[in-house]
Design a protein around this ligand. Structure first.
Ligand code: FES
Length: 85
């Protein structure tokens, strides 16, 4: 489990082990567009402003991984991750 902070308004969303970052954000009222929900299309990609990501997608380049997260499959490695559109 980890906490996601939605940068635009500082909203804090708990992400339990059984929910994806995408699903937890939606449950918290943050609307994130998605398509494949399997880490391959990149539609649900978000910017990472702080925190460490455990990348599980197969779409981002190594360079993109420095500042982005694919919300349908990837998770935080740190206790908290700050994300935005
Ligand atoms: Fe396709 Fe997340 S919805 S990568």
């Amino acid at each position: 489990p980890f906490t996601a902070v939605w940068a635009p308004d500082g909203r804090r969303v708990e992400v339990p082990a059984h929910l994806s970052l995408l699903a937890a954000l939606r449950r918290g009222g943050v609307l994130v567009a998605s398509s494949c929900e399997a880490g391959v299309c990149g539609t649900c990609r978000l910017a990472v402003l702080d925190g460490e990501v455990e990348h599980r997608d197969s779409v981002l380049t190594e360079g993109e991984r420095l500042s982005n997260v694919v919300a349908c499959v990837s998770r935080a490695r740190s206790a908290e991750i700050v994300v935005g559109p």
